[in-house]
Ligand binder design. Structure first.
Ligand SMILES: Cc1cc2nc3c(=O)[nH]c(=O)nc-3n(C[C@H](O)[C@H](O)[C@H](O)COP(=O)(O)OP(=O)(O)OC[C@H]3O[C@@H](n4cnc5c(N)ncnc54)[C@H](O)[C@@H]3O)c2cc1C
Length: 404
C-alpha cells in the first residue's frame, strides 16, 4: 500500500469503526473516509443487547455460526483475545456474566461506541447522512458514488451490514449489484416466530422450559430457556435461537414442541396427575401450570371433563394430558419481518471472498460483518464476528503496506 492511500469504508457500524481504529494505529499517512447513511455512527451498536451491548462471548466458537469452517479461518487470524486487548487499548473496561457474555463495565453500549469514536479523533473523515449508491472498479481505483458525485479510493471496505432491525427499513446494499457478486437470499434471523395457531388466550405469558425445533418432523435443535407467547407467535431468547437453526436447515415444514415442566419426566408427571384423584379434572393442573395455560391445554385435550373427577380418567386420557404438558406443539407459519430481527441470514457468498476477506475478483475491495452470508446465535457472537472481520481486513492492509 502506497503512502497516502485512500481508504473508503462503506458503513460506520461495528466493522467500519473497528477497522478504522486498527488502521489508524498501525499505518501512517492514510486518508480514511467512513461513509454512513445515518446521521450518526454506530446506531446499531447502541441498540445492541437492549442498550447494554453484549459485544463478545468468552465461549465463542465457530460452532455458533452458520458456516463453521469459514468462521474458523477468520478466528484463526483474529480472535477474541485480540479483540479484548484492542478494546483495552482503546480504554474500554468490560466484564463477563456467568454465561460468558461480555459487556462494557458500564452496561451501556454508549461506552463502547465512545471509545471507538474517540479513537478516530479528527483523522477520519466521517461523511454522514450519505448513502453509497454505486461502486465501480476502474483499473487500480475504486469509485464510490454518493450525493450525485463520486470519490476515488485505492481500497474499499464493504461494512454496510444488512437490513435486520427497524434501523434499516430500506434496503441499504443496492450498490452491491454493480459488483455482480453471488449472494444468498436474505431472511430475518434471531427473530420471533409466527405460529399458525392463534395464541391470544395465553398472550403475554412467559415460561421457562424446554423448546425443541422440528423441520419436516426431524428434531433440528433442543434447548431450555424463556419463551414469551404473543397473539400470533412466540418470542424470547430461546425462540430467537431457534430462528437461527430454522434458517440454517431450510426445511419446508417447521413446528416447535414445548416442555412446560422440565423438572418432571413423563412418568413422574403421570404419577403426579393421577395422585390428584379426588379433584375435578378441571383442577388437575392447579399448582403446576399458569391458569390460562391450564385452560388452554384442557380445552385442547378435547377430554369431556364436565364435573368429572380425576379418578374417572382413563390411562390414555392421563397420558394425553402428560403429552400436552411435555410436548405441546405449535406450528410455525413464518418468522416475524426484518424489523423485529437482530440479524439477517444470507448475503454475499463466502465463495466470493478470500481468506484475507478481500473479494476474489476485486482484491482491493474487502468485505466484513453481516453483509456476508454469515450469522450467529444470540450471545455476543455476531459482534465478535464483526470485530474479527475488521481485524483480518486491517491485518491484510498492513501486510500490503509492507509489500508495496
Ligand atoms: C436490536 C439489535 C440488537 C442486537 N444485539 C446484539 C448483541 O447484543 N450482541 C451481538 O453480538 N450482536 C447483536 N446484534 C447484531 C449486531 O449488532 C450486528 O450483527 C452487527 O452490528 C453487524 O455489524 P456490521 O458492521 O456488519 O453492520 P452494522 O453495525 O449494521 O453497520 C452497517 C452500517 O452501514 C450503514 N450503511 C448501510 N448501507 C449503507 C450505504 N449504502 N451507504 C452508507 N452507509 C450504509 C448502516 O447505516 C450501518 O450504520 C443486534 C442487532 C440488533 C438489530
Amino acid at each position: 500500500m502506497k503512502k497516502g492511500s485512500k481508504i473508503g469504508i462503506i458503513g460506520g457500524g461495528s466493522v467500519g469503526l473497528y477497522s478504522a481504529n486498527l488502521l489508524l494505529r498501525n499505518l501512517e499517512n492514510l486518508e480514511i473516509d467512513i461513509i454512513e447513511r445515518h446521521s450518526s455512527l454506530g446506531k446499531k451498536i447502541l441498540a445492541s443487547g437492549n442498550g447494554k451491548c453484549n459485544f463478545t462471548n468468552k465461549y465463542v466458537s465457530p460452532d455458533h455460526y452458520n458456516d463453521r469452517d469459514f468462521v474458523a479461518k477468520i478466528f484463526k487470524q483474529y480472535d477474541i483475545n485480540d479483540t479484548l486487548s484492542f478494546f483495552k487499548k482503546l480504554g474500554l473496561i468490560y466484564k463477563f456474566d456467568e454465561e460468558g457474555r461480555g459487556y462494557p463495565h458500564s452496561e451501556s453500549a454508549t461506552s463502547l461506541l465512545e471509545v471507538l469514536e474517540l479513537g478516530l479523533s479528527d483523522k477520519v473523515n466521517s461523511i454522514l447522512n450519505t448513502t453509497v449508491e454505486k461502486i465501480e472498479v476502474k483499473e487500480n481505483k475504486i469509485n464510490l458514488h454518493f450525493d450525485n458525485t463520486y470519490k476515488e479510493y485505492d481500497y474499499v471496505i464493504i461494512a454496510s451490514g444488512n437490513i435486520a432491525s427497524n434501523l434499516s427499513s430500506e434496503s441499504n446494499n443496492n450498490y452491491l449489484r454493480f459488483l455482480d457478486l453471488k449472494s444468498r437470499e436474505i431472511n430475518p434471523s434471531l427473530v420471533p416466530l409466527k405460529t399458525i395457531e392463534n395464541l391470544r388466550d395465553i398472550s403475554g405469558l412467559r415460561f421457562k422450559g424446554g423448546v425443541s425445533l422440528y423441520g419436516d418432523d426431524e428434531l433440528l435443535h433442543k434447548e431450555e430457556g424463556e419463551v414469551l407467547f404473543k397473539n400470533d407467535g412466540v418470542s424470547g431468547i430461546v425462540v430467537l435461537q431457534m430462528s437461527h437453526y430454522l434458517n440454517k436447515h431450510k426445511r419446508s415444514d417447521y413446528h416447535l414442541k414445548f416442555d412446560f415442566v422440565t423438572t418432571l419426566n413423563k412418568q413422574e408427571l403421570k404419577k403426579y396427575l393421577s395422585s390428584k384423584k379426588d379433584l375435578l379434572v378441571e383442577d388437575i393442573f392447579k399448582g403446576l401450570l399458569n391458569t390460562k395455560l391450564a385452560k388452554r391445554l384442557l380445552r385442547e385435550s378435547k377430554i369431556n371433563f364436565d364435573s368429572r373427577m380425576v379418578n374417572s380418567l382413563r390411562e390414555f386420557e392421563i397420558e394425553l394430558l402428560v403429552n400436552l404438558v411435555k410436548e405441546y406443539r405449535v406450528n410455525i407459519k413464518d418468522t416475524y419481518p426484518f424489523e423485529f430481527a437482530q440479524v439477517a441470514s444470507g448475503g454475499i457468498l463466502v465463495s466470493e471472498i478470500s481468506d484475507d476477506l478481500s473479494l476474489k475478483r476485486y482484491p482491493n475491495i474487502f468485505v466484513g460483518g453481516e453483509v456476508m452470508d454469515i450469522n450467529a446465535l444470540s450471545g455476543g457472537y455476531n459482534l465478535q464476528f464483526s470485530w474479527s472481520c475488521a481485524g483480518v481486513i486491517a491485518k491484510a492492509l498492513i501486510e500490503r503496506s509492507k509489500e508495496e
